[in-house]
Design a protein around this ligand. Structure first.
Ligand code: PA5
Length: 434
C-alpha cells in the first residue's frame, strides 16, 4: 500500500452506497470546476497545483533559510494565526518526537500571534530571555491584529537583546508580494522574505512557504511532504473517475450524511501526535463551508483519551453526528507489554502483545460501538505516519474540501464571517475609522 485509503462502508446504513454514488457526476463536475476555474472563488485556486509546481530551487531556497536558522537559533518563534500557523503546527507536531521539546534538540519551534493572551506572551518573552532565537513572521494580509501585536513585542525584545543588525538576520517575513504592513516593514528593515501567492488563501497555504519554512526549520523532510502531495494531486485530478477518487468519494459521503440530518463531523484519531492535524482540518472545513447558514460543524477528538470524556455524548447524545477516523496502520516504534508475576492489574492476558494491538482493538471496538449507536463512520488509513503520507493526507483534505464546498453550493474560498468580531473589537478599542 503506497497510498492512504478511504473506507466509507461503516457510514452506510444512515445513507446508502447508491446515494453516495449518485453524486458521482456532480462531484466530477465540481472537480472539473476547480480544474477549469469556473466555480465560485476561482481567484483562490492557486493551491490546486502547488505540489506539482514547486521547483527544486524553491525547496532548496527554503531548506537553506531553514538551515541558517537551525545553525544560529536555539528557538524559532512562528508568528501567525489561523491558516498562517495551523498547517505548520499540524505537520511539525505529527512528525516530531513527543518529548523532543524537553530534550536538547534544536531548534525548538514555538508559536505566537495565535492568541492575545497577555500571560502567554509574558511567559514566552521570559523563556526567550537567555536563548538565541529568531522569528518567522507569517501574515498574508500583513495587518492581522493578533500576529502584528505579538510581532511588535517580540521584535523589540529581539532587537534589544541581540542588536538591530543581528535581529534583521533572524527575522524572516512570509507575506503578500506587494501589499500590507508586513511587506512594507520587511522592505524597510531588509528582512529576508517569502511570498504567499495571491491566489492561495490562508487555510490552503500549508504547501507554500507559510507551512514549508517552519516545517523545514523543524528538520522535517519537505521534499517527502511535497512528494506525497504530488501523488495525491495526481490521484484526485479532474481526469480521475469518481469511483477511483477518494477525495470525491469523501466529499460526496459527508454531503449525503449532512443532507440526512448529520450536522456535525467529528474527526477522531488514535494517535496523539495528530491533534493539530485535526485543528488544521477543523479550520479548513469550518471556514470553507460554514456560511449562508449551512455547513457541517467540524469538531475533533483524540481517542482513546476523549472516550473518557466525550465518549458518552458520542455514544448516546443527540444523533446529529458522524465520525471520520484517521487511522495509522503501523506505529514507528515497538513497545511490548511485559508479563508481571503478580498480575494484580489483571493485564497478563495482554503480555507479549504490542501496545498498538490494544490501540487497534480499541479503535475497532469504538467503531463498532459508535456505528451501533447511530454514528456513521468514515475511515482514512495512513500506512505510516511520515512526511510522505502526511503530504498525501493534507492534499486529500484540501481537494475534498474544494469538491465538498461546491457540492454544498457555497464559495469554499472566502471567509466573510471572520470580519464581524474584528469590527466590534476595533470599535471597542477606539481604532481610528471604527
Ligand atoms: O484561512 C484564513 O484565511 C485565515 O485563517 C487567515 O489565515 C488568518 O486570519 C490569518 O490571516 P493573515 O495571514 O492575513 O494574517
Amino acid at each position: 500500500m503506497n497510498r492512504i485509503t478511504l473506507d466509507i462502508n461503516k457510514a452506510l446504513g444512515t445513507i446508502t452506497k447508491e446515494q453516495v454514488y449518485a453524486q458521482a457526476s456532480q462531484a466530477e463536475a465540481a472537480n472539473r470546476k476547480l480544474e477549469n476555474g469556473t466555480g465560485k472563488g476561482n481567484d483562490f485556486l492557486g493551491w490546486l497545483h502547488l505540489p506539482s509546481s514547486i521547483s527544486e530551487a524553491d525547496m532548496a531556497g527554503i531548506q537553506a533559510t531553514a538551515a541558517d536558522f537551525r545553525t544560529h537559533c536555539e528557538v524559532i518563534v512562528v508568528v501567525g494565526i489561523g491558516g498562517s500557523y495551523l498547517g505548520a503546527k499540524a505537520v511539525i507536531d505529527a512528525l516530531s518526537g513527543s518529548f523532543d521539546y524537553l530534550e536538547n534538540k534544536k531548534p525548538v519551534v514555538l508559536y505566537a500571534g495565535h492568541n492575545i493572551g497577555e500571560d502567554y506572551l509574558y511567559e514566552l518573552s521570559n523563556y526567550l530571555k537567555d536563548k538565541s532565537w529568531g522569528i518567522i513572521n507569517i501574515s498574508k494580509s500583513g495587518t492581522t491584529t493578533e500576529p502584528a501585536l505579538a510581532f511588535r513585542i517580540l521584535k523589540k525584545q529581539l532587537e534589544d537583546s541581540a542588536g538591530k543588525e543581528i535581529a534583521r538576520k533572524r527575522i524572516v517575513a512570509v507575506t503578500d508580494k506587494a501589499r500590507g504592513a508586513l511587506r512594507t516593514l520587511a522592505g524597510k528593515e531588509g528582512y529576508p522574505t517569502y511570498v504567499i501567492p495571491d491566489n492561495v488563501g490562508g487555510r490552503f497555504s500549508v504547501l507554500t512557504p507559510v507551512g514549508l519554512l517552519p516545517i523545514a526549520v523543524a528538520g522535517i523532510d519537505i521534499k517527502q511532504l511535497i512528494a506525497g502531495a504530488v501523488a495525491m494531486e495526481a490521484a484526485t485530478g479532474s481526469n480521475v473517475l469518481f469511483h477511483d477518487n477518494i477525495a470525491a468519494i469523501y466529499a460526496a459521503t459527508r454531503n449525503e450524511l449532512y443532507k440526512s440530518g448529520k450536522k456535525i463531523e467529528i474527526l477522531a484519531n488514535f494517535t496523539p501526535k495528530l491533534h493539530y492535524v485535526a485543528e488544521w482540518w477543523k479550520q479548513l472545513y469550518g471556514e470553507s463551508e460554514g456560511k449562508e447558514n449551512k455547513g457541517l460543524f467540524t469538531a475533533a477528538v483524540d481517542f482513546t483519551t476523549d472516550l473518557h470524556s466525550m465518549g458518552q455524548w458520542i455514544q448516546e447524545g443527540e444523533r446529529s453526528i458522524f465520525e471520520t477516523v484517521i487511522s495509522i496502520a503501523k506505529p514507528q516504534y515497538k513497545t511490548t507489554i511485559p508479563q508481571d508475576e503478580q498480575d494484580l492489574d489483571g493485564l497478563n492476558y495482554l503480555a507479549g502483545k504490542r501496545v498498538d494491538e490494544v490501540n487497534k482493538m480499541a479503535e475497532l471496538g469504538t467503531q463498532l460501538a459508535h456505528v451501533d449507536g447511530g454514528v456513521p463512520n468514515i475511515k482514512i488509513t495512513l500506512p505510516e505516519l511520515n512526511a510522505y503520507y502526511l503530504g498525501q493526507l493534507l492534499y486529500f483534505f484540501e481537494k475534498a474540501c474544494g469538491i465538498s464546498g461546491y457540492l454544498l453550493g457555497v464559495n469554499p474560498f472566502d471567509q466573510p464571517g471572520v470580519e464581524a468580531y474584528k469590527k466590534n473589537m476595533f470599535a471597542l478599542l477606539n481604532k481610528p475609522g471604527y
